[in-house]
Design a protein around this ligand. Structure first.
Ligand code: FAD
Length: 404
């Protein structure tokens, strides 16, 4: 075949395919995905999708977009091995596809804590549309639910489940919630929001065993020795990057497939993008692996440009959103080494932003129900402009924000 082979048809892989074609790439493009569906939006799976009956996930683009672009889409097909010397991808059915360039966009898989009994029927993960369908079905009859993990997926899922009328308990091993990616101020605000909606929290509490109850339902044994019963248990315990193919091929991996500034792996003709890729971040230094739609899509576009010949380094401003029921959180930048915060807006009215500085430098802004702050902050961080406290509080931000 040759041309470009893309493994993984999630947000990153499918956009890389269509972008390459849009940029005038003429060679064959093969998009291999092990899910048997047209590539779809993952974020709704913990939000609206759980509430709707029998709907399919929302496609990222119409199926015809791939056909029109002449992209060969292999669905429900696992890429089983990558041979870097022969430059081929072997499929699970034994077929082999040769490539000039390969893009690994294999995403991440749910992290399953090493706890006895986790394989029981009433315990669900939430990553794919089929996972979400299973949770949705269980929710129809569940009288109560436990969400293990107080991260973004746990929070969104807890909000959706409680809104459907099913009481929820969140069990979180850490001493606070939303530890990764947001500040304590916002995390506490989001927790209080869920508590007002009836969600109960156990913080500093791990789970030590899961027991199948003979009459139906599940019992969770907590690290405090308490036994909590629920009909539905959802694991929101994070993900691990899917490096299996890359590592087996001998590509450098370390909690993610390691890529350089052009998103190339340790092999110059193989790129890695999205949730599976670990890279040096221009904003905070040090390596990061980001799990967001922004990161997946910006890296997809960047890899497409690199395949076509661009040597530009990847330098996008990271941002992320989360809808926790009707609470809209938007984060931009990376908290990294932030050591000073400035608050703007009203916490009591539930619309405010927290500006995070590392020394004199603005590195991140978290916003609650304040999309205009978020949009402005993206421009500030991109321009490397660090506003003064006065500029933040009065909202008198510089002209660069008006430049479009
Ligand atoms: P994925 O979308 O995971 O795609 C990877 C694909 O590769 C998968 O289909 C996988 O099955 C396939 N694959 C892996 N290995 C192989 C193989 N060997 N052969 C063939 N196929 C393979 N982000 C936000 O910014 N905001 C949100 O509100 C938000 N909400 C989310 C809610 C949920 C429930 C989840 C799960 C994620 C959410 N995210 C959100 C994160 C966002 O969806 C991910 O960051 C994004 O999907 C990453 O895209 P990706 O293409 O790197 O990986």
């Amino acid at each position: 075949t040759r041309g470009t082979v893309i493994v993984g048809s999630g947000h990153a892989g499918s956009l890389a395919a269509v972008t390459l074609r849009r940029m005038g790439y003429d060679d064959p493009i093969t998009l291999i995905g092990n899910e048997n569906v047209v590539p779809y939006h993952r974020p709704p799976l913990s939000k609206g999708f759980l509430k709707r009956d029998n709907t399919d996930p929302t496609p990222l683009r119409a199926e015809s977009a791939y056909t029109t672009a002449g992209i060969t889409c292999l669905r429900g097909v696992e890429a089983a091995a990558l041979d870097l010397d022969a430059k081929t991808v072997r499929l699970a059915d034994g077929a082999s596809i040769s490539f000039d360039k390969a893009v690994l966009a294999t995403g991440a898989v749910p992290r399953r804590p090493a706890v006895k009994g986790l394989e029981h029927d009433g315990v669900y993960t939430l990553r794919s549309a089929s996972d979400a369908r299973a949770v949705r079905k269980a929710l129809q009859t569940a009288r109560n639910a436990i969400v293990v993990g107080g991260g973004f997926i746990g929070f969104e899922t807890a909000a959706t489940i409680t809104a459907s009328g099913c009481p929820v308990t969140v069990v979180e091993i850490g001493s606070r919630v939303l530890t990764r990616g947001t500040s304590l101020t916002i995390a506490a605000h989001a927790q209080a929001h869920l508590e007002r909606n009836g969600v109960q929290f156990y913080l500093g509490t791990g789970i030590t065993a899961v027991i199948d109850r003979p009459g139906g339902g599940t019992t969770i044994v907590t690290s405090a020795g308490e036994m909590l019963h629920a009909d539905l248990v959802v694991l929101g315990t994070g993900v691990v990057p899917d490096c299996r193919l890359a590592a087996a091929a001998g590509l450098a991996c370390d909690d993610g497939i390691l890529v350089d500034a052009t998103l190339r792996t340790s092999h110059p003709d193989v790129f890695a993008i999205g949730d599976c890729a670990r890279f040096d971040h221009w904003l905070t230094g040090g390596t990061v692996r980001l799990e967001s739609v922004q990161n997946a899509t910006d890296q997809a576009r960047h890899a497409a440009r690199a395949i076509i010949g661009s040597q530009e380094p990847y330098r996008a401003v990271p941002w992320f959103w989360s809808d926790i029921g009707d609470l809209k959180l938007q984060m931009v930048g990376l908290l990294g080494t932030a050591d000073r915060q400035v608050l703007s807006g009203s916490m009591s009215e539930g619309n405010f932003s927290v500006y995070h500085f590392s020394g004199p430098r603005l590195v991140a802004v978290d916003s609650v129900n304040r999309p205009s702050d978020h949009m402005a902050a993206r421009k500030l961080i991109s321009a490397g402009y660090s506003p003064t406290v006065e500029e933040i509080i009065t909202g008198q931000l510089p002209n660069l924000l008006r430049a479009g």
